[in-house]
Each structure stands twice: as C-alpha cells, then as structure tokens.
Design a protein around this ligand. Structure first.
Ligand code: IMP
Ligand code: MG
Length: 172
C-alpha cells in the first residue's frame, strides 16, 4: 500500500480547488487520458466547482509489460477541438514523459490557448523527455504501481487505493 483511498480523496480535493481557482472564468476543457487517467479525471472534475468541458484521449506508450515501449500512440475523440480553449490534461502518472510530451505538442499544434498537465502520480527519477508537469498529486520513487486507474497487464485498475506491484508478481 502506497496511498490509501482516504489520502487519494483528500489530495484530489485539494488539486481540484487549486485548479478551479486557476481556471475560473477561462474556457477550459479537461482532457482525461485513457485508460489509466479516466478514474483520476472523473474524481478531479467533480472536485472543480467551475464550468468546464470534459473529453478523453487514448494514449499509450505501454504494452502489456512494466517497461515503456517508447513511442506514444495518440487518438483524440472525433470532433474534439482544442482551438480557443485552455486544455488541462488529467493523467494517471508521468513516467518517462514521452506520452505527455507527444500529447502536449499535438494539442498546441491544434490551437489550444494553453496546455497544462495534472498527474496523480509522478516518477521524476524516470524522466527521459523534459516535460513540465504543472500539478502533481504525489511524487513517488521508481516502483511499478497499480490501482486508482493504473494497471498491470489490464488488471488492478479498479483498486480504490494505490499499491506497489511486488517484483515477484511480474518477475522484475
Ligand atoms: P510515459 O510515456 O513513459 O511517461 O508513460 C506514461 C504511461 O505509462 C502512463 O499513462 C501509464 O499508463 C503507464 N505507466 C507508467 N508507470 C506506470 C506504473 O508504475 N504502473 C502502471 N502504469 C504505468
Ligand atoms: Mg496511461
């Protein structure tokens, strides 16, 4: 166990309040990153007491394992437009930073007024691409974690807490 359900809830509330102040009066769309970021995103927008749009993007740099494949695939919703809006990316975790860097570049090229990133978790020691993560729930060490949206080979996303996957479980 790394973070309990209660710790997560209270941190997400704080982030939501802070973000609501930051974006008050501005055209905002919160963009959840599927699949992992969906759960965090759903909680985050409900902690933000301001008008906002909600959309999702599919992005993945991971296969089934615990090591990044390197390149990120990005599929925006059909009809999604970032033009003239501030975009806040809601993601489960910033690891190598490749997914977020690719996503930010894509959104800025689509005419977003600004693109900021809010991640539930951040593994700063793993960064390979310099990418600014504007808001972070918790910084964590280099461990493979599951729960609260994060999976290992498609499992554990629905855990209400965040735990470290034991190395025996994946032979790492
Ligand atoms: P990046 O492009 O390497 O930063 O990869 C970010 C993505 O990798 C996240 O959206 C997660 O889906 C996945 N990921 C990175 N670290 C972990 C982890 O510890 N557990 C589960 N998924 C992870
Ligand atoms: Mg992900």
């Amino acid at each position: 166990m790394l973070f309990t359900e209660e710790q997560i809830k209270s941190r997400v509330k704080q982030l939501g309040k802070q973000l609501a102040r930051e974006y008050a009066g501005k055209p905002l769309v919160v963009l959840g990153v599927l699949n992992g970021g969906a759960i965090f995103c759903a909680d985050l927008v409900r902690a933000m007491d301001i008008p906002l749009g909600l959309a999702f993007v599919r992005a993945s740099s991971y296969g089934d394992g615990t090591v990044s494949r390197g390149e990120a695939d990005i599929f925006l919703e059909q009809g999604f437009s970032a033009r003239g809006r501030h975009v806040l990316i809601a993601e489960d975790i910033a690891d190598t930073g490749k997914t977020l860097a690719a996503l930010k570049e894509r959104l800025l090229s689509c005419g977003a007024l600004s693109v900021k990133v809010c991640c539930m978790l951040n593994k700063p020691s793993r960064r390979q691409v310099a990418v600014r993560v504007d808001h972070v729930g918790f910084d964590i060490p280099d461990e493979f974690v599951v729960g609260y949206g994060l999976d290992y080979a498609g499992r554990f996303r629905n855990l209400p807490y965040i735990g470290v996957l034991s190395r025996e479980a994946y032979g790492g």
